[in-house]
Design a binder for this molecule. Structure first.
Ligand SMILES: [Ca+2]
Ligand SMILES: [Ca+2]
Ligand SMILES: [Zn+2]
Length: 302
């Protein structure tokens, strides 16, 4: 390489870095809580507080999934084919006792439309059956724990294949959390998705206000892990066609490649990463297959 092309390459590298440098150190505010910058926010874990399995738990779950698939195959059934179908949705609006925190009916319908667009390729359709509204100051700011058990025990509807979504004003800059299909059997009442109400389309949680917090959390509810699960090593997110990713991406980076020795750039447009709503727009074919297998195994009835 000549000195000239080296300088060009160095300049190109610097140019690629500039947007990152521009946002580094810029205070980042989510739902009234201020973080040093967007990276600090994403690193704090507030973006999604879904409890992820340990590497060992993930291995044990994978073994159970493989044996279920083998049992089904022996019966002439393929769990990896599209189960799809219509998922009934119960939406539980949680407001404070002054009535604050209620999304409009249009926002809820638009959120369901965002889900239907995102999950069309996986074969799932979401049908809003009922919206309830509950005023409870404790549940309104609930971030998990006793208030979560109380709220879900009081409100949850349906069986394993019924999606319960709770919207509230969880604090701490949290956007949402969900339970996995494999959690249903031991804790059926806890099953569901909780989202910050201002993440719904038209809410004020920019850059997370196009409804993709809902998309992301429903992805967990259908059995998907984060694209950065397990980092660069091992089975990662248990999906072979999502490139390995060392750590969550944020904003909407160009050409991010955090696992240099693994093929492909990071899947920053994937709904299961941590990028901005305007940046994430896809599930992979492998994720669609995994969701259907998980649904067949753990959520066979509504
Ligand atoms: Ca992967
Ligand atoms: Ca790579
Ligand atoms: Zn998540």
């Amino acid at each position: 390489m000549s000195h000239f092309s080296f300088r060009q390459a160095a300049l190109a590298g610097l140019t690629a870095l500039l947007p990152v440098l521009a946002t580094a150190g810029t205070p980042f505010v989510v739902n009234g809580k201020t973080f040093t910058d967007q990276k600090a926010y994403v690193d704090s874990g507030a973006r999604c507080t879904t409890v992820q399995p340990s590497a060992l738990e993930q291995l044990l779950l994978a073994a159970k999934e493989q044996s279920f698939a083998a049992e089904q195959a022996a019966k002439g059934r393929d769990v990896y084919q599209t189960a799809g179908g219509t998922i009934p949705v119960y939406w539980h609006v949680i407001t404070n006792t002054s009535g604050q925190g209620a999304p409009t009916a249009t926002q809820i319908n638009n959120q369901i439309a965002v889900l239907n667009a995102a999950y069309a390729s996986a074969g799932f359709t979401f049908n809003l059956v009922q919206t309830t509204t509950t005023a409870n100051n404790t549940w309104y700011t609930c971030t998990g724990g006793t208030c979560e058990s109380q709220m879900k025990n009081a409100l949850r509807q349906g069986g394993p294949g019924t999606l319960n979504i709770y919207s509230n004003n969880m604090g701490g800059g949290l956007l949402g959390w969900a339970t996995f299909p494999s959690n249903y059997n031991s804790q059926p009442k806890m099953d569901g998705v909780v989202v910050l109400y201002s993440t719904l389309p038209g809410g004020n949680a920019a850059p997370y206000n196009l409804g993709d917090t809902g998309t992301h959390e429903v992805g967990h509810w259908l059995g998907l892990y984060h694209t950065f699960q397990g980092g660069c090593n091992g089975s990662g997110d248990s999906v072979s066609d999502t490139p390995a990713e060392k750590s969550p991406a944020y904003g909407c980076p160009t050409g991010r490649n955090s696992c240099r020795t693994k093929p492909g750039n990071d899947p920053i447009t994937n709904f299961m990463d941590y990028t901005d709503d305007s940046c994430m727009n896809t599930f992979s074919a492998g994720q669609n297959t995994r969701m259907n297998a998980q649904f067949t195994q753990y959520r066979p009835t509504p």
